[in-house]
Design a protein around this ligand. Structure first.
Ligand code: UDX
Length: 440
């Protein structure tokens, strides 16, 4: 099938590349000329395991094309995926101008039947806006060309995006006509594997499903973070509690890890967008409001522990920070708890020496030549002369360090572990003061 992908950001690039990999002809459109040139050379603008090889292979096979030519890209695909960004605007609601502009372009140039698919995470009701924008352009041209609108939310996890696309748990398709559903079924047939994974529904339900999934996961995390705070006060161990409840199949083990609060490009934005949608419709989401509030508090927890140990005034102190990315296997620092922690340390007068396997270039982009932030070439180097180590992201390389070597390098043997990477007993026997989350 011939498919057009509008927007070569994270979701667009993964979607386009994986659809080409199973044999479709895919054309990806972006307004960013430099990005398109890079992609046509087989390079990729983001860090995502496995993606670069896949892009190279499919470009070389002639199945994957990148262009800035709008008319050409609209003419190309029978199916047009809209995967442009929806950045929060001033009041925090999703800014739909790029989605609507993409829809307008389709209406302006299409000359045969198209299925227009919302792939970006968009507020409930966006499909109606897309439909209206296409209709308006067709009316302006005085033509009547049939088209369908579908919602196909994305459930990719950064760092595992290719795998998530190739082996999905579920494929949610919202449509209100059989023709579009049939075409979407054909596109996703190669990803069904040995049982039906496609869940068809109306458009609004599909739009809401995306928010419901992310809000539920965020709820689990905030719930565990809250219980971890209580466990600390009670002298209980949240790790035992996690195992004790996760073994109930109704609860399950996933997404029960307490930590420094959730971050990233999805959870914070989607939880807030859901709150806003509810408010617009006069509904109060009491649970979701609490999830958001708990997460804001959780981002301060490690900082509070540091101040509890060293005092509110941290001037003259230096902290080693392991992990800048909001989670492992990505260089993404959007809404990363590391930022709240670093900025809090700076405000209290301290400096930071950070190490992250891939996100240091991103931190440089965000903070420029911030004098209170230095970068280390290795996890160990970050420790040299520091007052304590603060662990923010659970990268694999941090999991079994040489504690003796660490003690020798740190000014004081103190570890604040926002990800519960170690057994408290082991770390303490190695001579450290250890501050995990929800453990004693
Ligand atoms: C998420 C969803 O998982 C994905 O389905 C959706 O499409 C996009 O949003 P992502 O943001 O890439 O994916 O990361 P994810 O692995 O879900 O982690 C989100 C945040 O929650 C991270 O900050 C992570 O550290 C935190 N988290 C996750 C916890 O604190 N505890 C957990 O148990 C799990």
């Amino acid at each position: 099938m011939k498919i057009t992908i509008i927007g070569t950001g994270y979701v667009g690039l993964v979607t386009g590349t994986c659809l080409a990999e199973v044999g479709n002809e895919v054309m990806c459109l972006d307004v960013d000329t430099r990005k398109i040139e890079l992609l046509n050379r087989g390079g990729i603008p983001i860090y995502e395991p496995g993606l670069e090889d896949l892009v190279k292979r499919n470009v070389a096979a002639g199945r994957l094309h990148f262009t800035t030519d709008v008319a050409k890209s609209v003419a190309f695909g029978q199916v047009q995926f809209i995967a442009v960004g929806t950045p929060p605007d001033e009041d925090g609601s999703a800014d739909l101008q790029y989605v609507v502009a993409a829809a307008r372009n389709i209406g302006r140039y299409m000359d045969d039947y198209k299925v227009i698919v919302d792939k970006s995470t968009v507020p409930v009701g966006t499909a109606d806006k897309v439909r209206a924008a296409v209709r308006e352009q067709l009316a302006r041209r005085g033509v009547d060309i049939p088209f369908s609108v579908a919602s196909n939310p994305e459930f990719l996890k950064e760092g595992a995006a290719v795998e998530d696309f190739m082996r999905p748990d579920r494929i949610v398709i919202g449509t209100d006509d059989a023709r579009a559903l049939e075409i979407m079924r054909t596109i996703y047939a190669p990803f069904q594997r040995n049982h039906e994974r496609l869940i068809a529904m109306d458009i609004r339900s599909a739009e809401l499903t995306k928010y419901a999934a992310n809000a539920m996961l965020a709820t689990r995390i905030s719930f565990m973070n809250e219980l971890a705070l209580l466990a600390e006060k009670l002298g209980a161990d949240i790790e035992h509690v996690r195992q004790g409840i996760g073994s109930d199949p109704r609860i399950g083990y996933h997404f029960l890890y307490p930590g420094v609060g959730y971050g990233g490009s999805c959870f914070p934005k989607d939880v807030q967008a859901l709150q806003r949608t509810a408010a617009e419709h006069g509904v109060t989401l009491r649970v979701i409001n609490a999830v958001e509030q708990a997460n804001e508090h959780q981002k301060q927890v490690l900082l509070n522990k540091i101040k509890g140990r060293f005092g509110d005034d941290l001037s003259g102190r230096r902290f080693a920070l392991w992990g800048l990315a909001f989670k492992p296997n990505t260089d993404d620092m959007r809404e990363a708890p590391s930022r709240v922690i670093m900025e809090g340390l700076w405000r209290a007068g301290a400096t930071v020496r950070a190490y992250d396997p891939v996100a240091m270039h991103e931190a440089r982009r965000i903070y420029g030549d911030e004098p209170r932030l230095a970068y280390a070439d290795s996890p160990m180097e970050a420790l040299d002369g520091a007052d304590a180590l603060v662990i923010v992201t659970e990268w694999k390389v941090f999991r079994s360090p040489d504690f003796d070597a660490m003690r020798a390098r740190l000014q004081q043997p103190v570890i604040f572990d926002g990800r519960n990477l170690y057994e408290p007993k082991v770390v303490r026997e190695a001579g450290f003061e250890y501050f995990p989350i929800g453990r004693h």
